[in-house]
Design a protein around this ligand. Structure first.
Ligand code: FOL
Length: 241
C-alpha cells in the first residue's frame, strides 16, 4: 500500500495557525512546500501531455502528486493559489456537496472526499499500477475513448493539513514521513500540530534530514538554519519507526 507523508510548518510549541491562516509569511519555506509537494519523477507516462489527450495513438496520463487537505486548509489558501497548481487537490469535507457551488468543481485536479480514508483511497486509485492496468485494459483499436484514459497518475501522496486531519492521520502506520519546517520561535497560535511520539517517529539529525531531502527531491535543498526576516527555521524530517 502506497504510504503518505505529512508536510507542515510549526513553531517550537507546534503552533501551525492563527485565525484560519498561517501565523507567519515565509517566502522560502512556501517555495519549499510547493517544491516538495509538486516534484514528480518521469517514468513511462509523460507529464508534458494534457490529460485526456492521446499522443498519436498512445494513451497518456498526467503525472502529479496528491495533496490531501481539510476544508479549512483549502479555504486558507489564497484564491489565486488554489487549486494548488500541478497537484491533485483532494479536499476533505463531511459535506458531500461542499464543491457543488464552487468554481473549482470542474477542474480535473480537484476532488472532494468525505473522509481522510476515502481521500487516500481516491489518491491510490490513480496510482501507477492502477493507471497501468487501466491503460492495458483499454481497447487497442482507435479512436481512443476519453473514458478509457486515466485522467491523472498520482505519484506521491501528501497530507498538508490542517490540525484535525493531522491529529487523525499522524498515528497511521501508513504515514511514512513528516516533513516539518521547524520555526525557532514561539508565536501566537490557536491551532497546533499534534505531539510527535518518539515511539512512532524518529527525527533525523540535521545533516541526515538535509541529505534525506536532497535524495527525496533529487536536487539541492538549503540546509541548516534559514533566516528570513524575524524568523529562523530549519527543514526537518521524521521517519516512521
Ligand atoms: N508546510 C510547510 N513547510 N509550510 C507551509 O506553509 C505549509 N502550509 C500548509 C501545509 N503545509 C505546509 C497549508 N497552508 C499555500 C498556502 C497555505 C498553505 C499551503 C499552501 C499556497 O499558497 N501555496 C502555493 C505557493 C504560493 C507561493 O509561492 O507563495 C503553492 O503553489 O504551493
Amino acid at each position: 500500500m502506497q504510504p503518505f507523508s505529512i508536510v507542515v510548518a510549526a513553531d517550537l510549541a507546534n503552533g501551525i495557525g492563527l485565525n484560519g491562516t498561517l501565523p507567519w509569511r515565509l517566502r522560502k519555506d512556501m517555495a519549499f512546500f510547493a517544491r516538495i509537494t509538486s516534484k514528480v519523477f518521469q517514468g513511462s507516462l509523460d507529464q508534458t501531455q494534457d490529460p485526456y489527450t492521446d499522443n498519436k495513438n498512445s494513451l497518456v496520463s498526467r503525472k502529479v502528486n496528491a495533496c490531501i487537505m481539510g476544508r479549512r486548509t483549502w479555504e486558507s489558501i489564497p484564491q489565486k493559489f488554489r487549486p494548488l497548481i500541478n497537484r491533485f487537490n483532494i479536499i476533505v469535507s463531511r459535506d458531500p456537496h461542499y464543491l457543488d457551488d464552487k468554481p473549482e468543481r470542474h477542474s480535473p485536479l480537484v476532488a472532494l472526499a468525505t473522509s481522510f480514508e476515502s481521500a487516500l483511497e481516491l489518491a491510490r486509485s490513480k496510482q501507477p499500477s492502477q493507471a497501468a492496468a487501466a491503460i492495458a485494459s483499454a481497447p487497442q483499436s482507435l479512436p481512443v475513448k476519453t473514458s478509457d484514459v486515466p485522467d491523472i497518475e498520482v505519484q506521491r501522496i501528501f497530507l498538508i493539513g490542517g490540525a484535525q486531519l493531522y491529529d487523525y492521520a499522524i498515528h497511521s502506520e501508513e504515514c511514512s514521513h513528516i516533513f516539518l519546517t521547524r520555526i525557532q520561535s514561539t508565536l501566537d497560535c490557536d491551532t497546533f500540530f499534534p505531539k510527535i511520539m518518539d515511539s512512532e517517529y524518529k527525527l533525523l539529525p540535521g545533516n541526515q534530514s538535509h541529505q534525506f531531502l536532497e535524495e527525496y527531491l533529487q536536487e539541492p535543498v538549503e540546509g541548516g538554519l534559514i533566516e528570513e526576516g524575524q524568523y529562523k527555521y530549519e527543514y526537518t524530517v521524521y521517519n516512521r519507526i
